[in-house]
Ligand binder design. Structure first.
Ligand SMILES: Cc1ncc(COP(=O)(O)O)c(C=O)c1O
Length: 280
């Protein structure tokens, strides 16, 4: 898709016609928020939860709510049709910056095909590193997706430079938080644990959906702090995000895992997750 149709400030235009002011606070300081949503057969998955997180982000940053938020479903349907995404796997990115005082928030929404090969690779197994700086759980910006994602991008770059796929953050107490673009789950003998929001992490929509899948399928899922030094009781783990769904870990820092060892859990949770968009 060399020149996709995008939505900018209430108009559908080709991407080559998009203009951002150099004085836009989103451009200058990353002052804005974004959401990434997976499209299945052109339909956005868990749109209502993404919309709620978007609105929470606007509230935290004190950015006025743009009117288009109430028309997200229509805009996404239109973009997925204009960009021929109805029969393939796709993704949508919504970006809302504070904009300038005179004009109000700048909104850009883009829809594109998903790199499904890359997703499948991640679903085979992911290598991680533990990032060398700590998260502050009191940071109010951790719970929203601000446009200033440089800390996460930098962490990911560090991981890739060391031959890994994802970097994992710890908080000041040495507890595991999340990855730079994913939430974390650990699998014990007969239970699953995910760090609580208070540890300092983004309340992921996939994380929430997986917790619900656990309840539905009878998997004991706990939201509990886990210290990096306390991994001996876990037989594996997985990462979650809207784009990649569930991806098993090959290691968590120094602790090695074999994805085969959590096959039972993956074979329970993955179909339960996928059933939700297949039956939507
Ligand atoms: C830091 C971080 N944590 C977790 C996630 C997973 O969130 P979700 O499941 O809502 O995609 C993301 C997704 O981009 C992320 O950036």
């Amino acid at each position: 898709m060399s020149n996709p149709v995008i939505f900018q400030d209430n108009r559908y235009i080709t991407a080559d016609r998009a203009v951002i002011s150099p004085f836009d606070p989103g451009f200058m300081h990353g002052d804005g928020i974004f959401e990434t949503i997976r499209l299945y057969q052109g339909l956005p998955f868990k749109l209502e939860l993404h919309r709620q997180r978007l609105e929470r982000g606007l509230e935290v940053l004190d950015i006025p709510k743009p009117e288009m938020i109430d028309k997200l479903a229509d805009i996404i349907t239109h973009l997925s049709s204009r960009n021929h995404l109805q029969n393939i796997q796709g993704m949508v990115r919504i970006m809302i910056s504070r904009g300038q005082e005179a004009t109000g928030p700048t909104v850009i929404i883009q829809a594109s095909p998903l790199d499904i090969k890359e997703i499948r690779k991640r679903q085979q197994g992911m290598k991680t590193i533990i990032l060398p700086w700590k998260r502050d759980p009191n940071n109010p910006l951790l719970g929203i997706k601000t446009m200033n994602y440089l800390e996460n991008k930098h962490g990911r770059k560090l991981a890739v430079r060391q031959g890994a796929d994802e970097g994992i953050f710890l908080n000041h107490d040495g507890e595991l938080c999340e990855g730079t673009f994913s939430n974390l789950f650990l699998v014990g003998r007969d239970f699953v644990v995910t760090p609580p929001i208070e540890a300092g992490l983004l309340p992921g929509i996939t994380r929430k959906t997986i917790i619900e899948c656990c309840r539905r399928t009878g998997v004991d899922c706990r939201e509990e702090g886990v210290n990096l030094n306390d991994l001996s009781s876990f037989r594996g783990g997985f990462l979650s995000s809207s784009l990649m769904e569930l991806a098993p870990l090959e290691n968590l820092g120094p602790r090695r895992f074999n994805p085969v060892d959590i096959q039972d859990i993956m074979q329970t949770l993955l179909p339960a997750y996928q059933q939700q968009y297949q039956s939507a």
